[in-house]
Design a protein around this ligand. Structure first.
Ligand code: HDE
Length: 664
C-alpha cells in the first residue's frame, strides 16, 4: 500500500462489515422501510427525523459536475525517477531514484456530461497528482500536446462553442455541430489542434494506450537557480493505439463505459498500467532559437529537434474504493507546484492559474477542499488559515496570524535553503497592453507538419473525420468558412476531398502552408506494439469440443491476451466457461475476433460480428472442427489478416500485435 493509500485509511469505513444501522447522530435505527405515519394509511409525520435525514442527504448527494472534463476515471499508483534530475531541477521527487512517490491520476473526456459515453471524438484529460514530500505537484495535461487557443481569456468562448448548443442542449459530447466549427473558422489559432482532434488520437483504444502531454512550456529550476524550459510527456508502455470512428460510435452504444471498464478490469486483474515520464528540455538561452515562440501553446517542439528524454516511470496499480470520495472530489490545479518546477509566461497557462481554484470553490463548496482526504498532502501542512465551510481540522493555539510574538512566529515560513518555494527570479518589464505577440501569428505551419507526419491510413481517417464533422454542420456558411479560412490554408488535397464530401464551395487555390517538415513521432504507428492485455472474442458454435476451446485459450493466454468465449447462451463446455453471448458482447468490444466452428452452422450473429470486425480492419482467426467455413464467411478467405489459427497462429498473433490491418 502506498503512502497516500495509507493516509486515506484514516477516513475509510468498511461498509461490508456487519454493523448496526444508525442515524448520522449514531442513534440505532429499528425500522428502515416504513416512514412514521398517523395510522397505517395516514399522512407521514413531520417528526420522523429518520425519514427527513435520509431524504435530505439524498437530496444533496450531487455536486456541480466539472464545467469541462466532467466525465473522468481515477486510479492510484506510484512514480519513480530513473536517475537524479538535479542538473535541471531541485524537485525532491525528481532527485531521488529510491523514492516512490504516490500518485493519483484522473483521465477524462472534455466536452461531455458526467454520464456521457467514453469514446466521443474528443481530447482526453490526463491529470496526475504527485503526493511528494514537498507538497502536492499536479501535472494537469491532455492526450494532445497543443491547445485550441493561445490566450486564457478565450477559454469560455471555446467551451461555449464546443459544448451542446445553449438553446436546445444538442449535441451531447460532440464537436460535430455549427457553433464549434464556426468558432474554429473565426479563430484560426485552433488550426493545429483541429488536426489533432480530427486524428485518431481523439478516439483512443484505451486510456492505457494514449500519450499524455503537459502542453505548456514550464520551467525546471535547479539548486543553483538556473532555469530550463521544459515540456512534459507521458509515454504509454503499451504504445498509443486507436479505434476507428465507425467502431467508436458502435462501442458507445454497446458499452458506454468501455474505457473505464478496461482500466478498472486491468488494474483489478493486476495488470500494471505503465507510463514513462518524458522531458523535452531547452536551456533558457535558447528561448528564441526555434521557428516559433516557445510560449505558444499551439506549438509542439518536434521530437527530432528536441528529443524526449525518458526520466522515470509511473505505475498505476490500484483502483479507488469510492468513486465520489476520490475521483469526483479530487481537485487538480496547474498551480500546485513544488520547489524546482515553475511556470512560463504562456498566456494560456497564466489564466489557468486562476481558474482551477475558482472552480473548486463552487464545485467542492468552499475554501477547505484541500482537506478532503484525496486532496490532502502526505507531508505535514500548516498555516494561519482556519475556519470556512467544511473545516475538518481542530487547530490548537491562540494565534492565526503572522507575524506573531505570542506563538513565537509559528507556523513560520521556510527560507529557500530550508525548502521554501521561491518563484523563479525572471526579469520582466513591459507596458500594459491587451495584445498578442507577433510571434504567435503563424497558425498553419504546424497543422501542416502534423498532416505531413501521418501515414496514409491516418491521413484518410482525418479527411473522413472532417467530412463527418462538417457534414453535421447545418449552416452552409460555416462549412464554407472552415474550408476557406482553415483547411485551404493547410492542405489543398484535404480541402478538395472535404469540399466534395460535404457539398461545399471549393475555395480558390491559394498558396497553402509550405511547411515541409514532418515528425515520425507524431504517427501512432511508430509507437510500441504489444500483445499484452489485448482482447480476443472467440465466437463458437455450441458443439465445439472442450479440447479445442482449451487449446485455443492456451494459445492466446500465454501471450498475456484476454480471451472471452461467445456463444448463444452462457454455459459450461466441460471445464471451460462460455461467459458471453451475442446479446452481451459484440466484436466492437474486442481487439480481434476468432470463430471456431463445429458441425453446426455458424450463427447469423457470428457472421454479422465477423463482417463488422472485418470492416474495422481487425485481425480475424478461424478454426474448423468439422465441415467447411469458407462459404459462410462474409469476406474472402485469402483476405489480408484472415488466418487459420490451427495452421498459422503466429501470423494471427502478429496481426493482433500490429493492432489493425490498415492496408486491407
Ligand atoms: Fe483545464 N480546466 N482549462 N485545461 N483541464 C478544468 O478545472 C481551464 C486546459 C484540464 O481531472 C477545470 O477542476 C482554463 C489545458 C484537465 O479534475 C477548469 C483553460 C489543458 C482537466 C479548467 C484550460 C487542460 C481540466 C474544470 C484555458 C491541458 C480535468 C474542472 C486557459 C494542458 C482535471 C476543474 C480533473 C479541468 C479551466 C485549458 C487540462 C474550469 C481556464 C490547456 C485534464 O478550471
Amino acid at each position: 500500500m502506498n503512502r497516500k493509500k495509507e493516509d486515506l485509511q484514516k477516513n475509510t469505513i468498511d461498509n461490508t462489515k456487519k454493523a448496526k444501522m444508525t442515524t448520522n447522530q449514531g442513534l440505532p435505527i429499528s425500522e428502515d422501510e416504513f416512514s412514521l405515519k398517523a395510522g397505517e394509511r395516514g399522512p407521514t409525520l413531520m417528526e420522523d427525523f429518520h425519514f427527513r435525514e435520509k431524504m435530505t442527504h439524498f437530496d444533496h448527494e450531487r455536486i456541480p459536475e466539472r464545467v469541462v472534463h466532467a466525465r473522468g476515471f481515477g486510479v492510484h499508483g506510484e512514480f519513480q525517477v530513473y536517475e537524479s534530475l538535479e542538473k535541471y531541477t531541485k524537485a525532491d521527487f525528481l532527485n531521488d531514484p529510491s523514492k516512490k512517490t504516490p500518485v493519483f491520476v484522473r483521465f477524462s473526456t472534455v466536452a461531455g456530461n458526467r454520464g456521457s459515453m467514453d469514446i466521443p471524438r474528443d481530447v482526453r484529460g490526463f491529470s496526475t497528482k504527485f503526493y511528494t514530500d514537498e507538497g502536492n505537484y499536479d501535472l494537469v495535461g491532455n492526450n494532445m500536446p497543443v491547445f485550441f487557443i493561445q490566450d486564457a481569456i478565450k477559454f469560455p468562448d471555446l467551451v461555449h462553442a464546443v459544448k451542446p448548443e445553449p438553446h436546445n442542449e444538442i449535441p451531447q459530447a460532440a464537436s460535430a455541430h455549427d457553433t464549434f466549427w464556426d468558432f474554429v473558422s473565426q479563430n484560426t489559432e485552433s488550426a493545429h489542434m483541429i488536426m489533432w482532434l480530427m486524428s485518431d488520437r481523439a478516439i483512443p483504444r484505451s486510456l492505457r494506450m494514449m500519450e499524455g502531454f503537459g502542453v505548456h512550456t514550464f520551467r525546471l529550476v535547479n539548486k543553483e537557480g538556473k532555469s530550463h524550459f521544459v515540456k512534459f510527456h507521458w509515454k504509454p508502455k503499451l504504445g498509443a493505439h486507436q479505434v476507428v470512428w465507425d467502431e467508436a460510435q458502435l462501442i458507445n452504444g454497446k458499452d458506454i463505459d468501455f474505457h473505464r471498464r478496461d482500466l478498472w478490469e486491468n488494474i483489478d486483474k493486476g495488470n500494471a498500467v505503465e507510463f514513462e515520464l518524458g522531458l523535452q528540455v531547452i536551456p533558457e538561452e535558447d528561448e528564441f532559437n526555434m521557428d516559433f515562440d516557445v510560449l505558444d501553446p499551439t506549438k509542439i517542439w518536434p521530437e527530432e529537434d528536441v528529443p524526449v528524454q525518458l526520466v522515470g516511470k509511473m505505475t498505476l496499480n490500484q483502483n479507488v474504493d469510492d468513486y465520489f470520495a476520490e475521483t469526483e472530489q479530487v481537485a487538480f490545479h496547474p498551480g500546485h507546484v513544488v520547489p524546482g518546477i515553475d511556470f512560463s509566461n504562456d498566456p494560456l497557462l497564466q489564466g489557468r492559474l486562476f481558474s482551477y481554484t475558482d472552480t473548486q470553490l463552487i464545485r467542492l463548496g468552499g475554501p477547505n477542499f484541500h482537506q478532503i482526504p484525496i486532496n490532502r498532502p502526505v507531508c505535514p501542512f500548516a498555516n494561519n488559515q482556519r475556519e470556512g465551510y467544511n473545516q475538518m481540522n481542530i487547530t490548537k493555539g491562540q494565534t492565526s496570524y503572522h507575524k506573531n510574538a505570542l506563538n513565537d512566529n509559528q507556523p513560520e515560513p521556510a527560507s529557500p535553503e530550508e525548502g521554501g518555494f521561491e518563484h523563479y527570479n525572471e526579469k520582466v518589464e513591459g507596458r500594459k497592453v491587451r495584445a498578442r505577440s507577433e510571434s504567435f501569428k503563424d497558425h498553419f505551419s504546424q497543422a501542416k507538419l502534423f498532416l505531413n507526419s501521418m501515414q496514409q491510413h491516418e491521413k484518410q481517417h482525418m479527411f473522413d473525420a472532417l467530412s463527418f464533422e462538417l457534414g453535421k454542420c447545418k449552416n452552409m456558411e460555416v462549412r464554407n468558412n472552415v474550408l476557406s479560412e482553415v483547411l485551404n490554408k493547410i492542405d489543398r488535397e484535404m480541402t478538395e476531398y472535404v469540399a466534395e464530401k460535404v457539398g461545399a464551395e471549393l475555395p480558390e487555390q491559394i498558396e497553402e502552408s509550405t511547411y515541409e517538415k514532418s515528425s515520425q513521432a507524431l504517427s501512432m504507428k511508430n509507437t510500441p506494439a504489444s500483445l499484452e492485455t489485448r482482447t480476443i472474442g472467440v465466437m463458437i458454435t455450441p458443439d465445439v469440443a472442450e479440447k479445442t476451446l482449451k487449446e485455443t485459450k492456451d494459445k492466446f493466454e500465454k501471450h498475456g491476451i484476454d480471451v472471452s468465449f461467445i456463444s448463444d447462451k452462457i454455459q459450461s463446455v466441460g471445464d471451460v466457461r462460455v461467459e458471453e453471448t451475442f446479446d452481451t458482447v459484440h466484436s466492437v468490444l474486442f481487439d480481434a475476433v476468432v470463430v471456431l466452428k463445429g458441425k453446426e452452422p455458424l450463427q447469423p450473429e457470428a457472421i454479422e460480428n465477423l463482417a463488422i470486425a472485418f470492416k474495422h480492419k481487425k485481425a480475424i482467426g478461424y478454426g474448423v472442427d468439422e465441415g467447411n467455413i469458407s462459404e459462410v464467411l462474409p469476406f474472402p478467405m485469402d483476405a489480408k489478416g484472415v488466418t487459420n489459427i490451427e495452421k498459422n497462429v503466429d501470423q494471427f498473433l502478429q496481426d493482433v500485435k500490429g493492432h489493425r490491418i490498415w492496408d486491407r
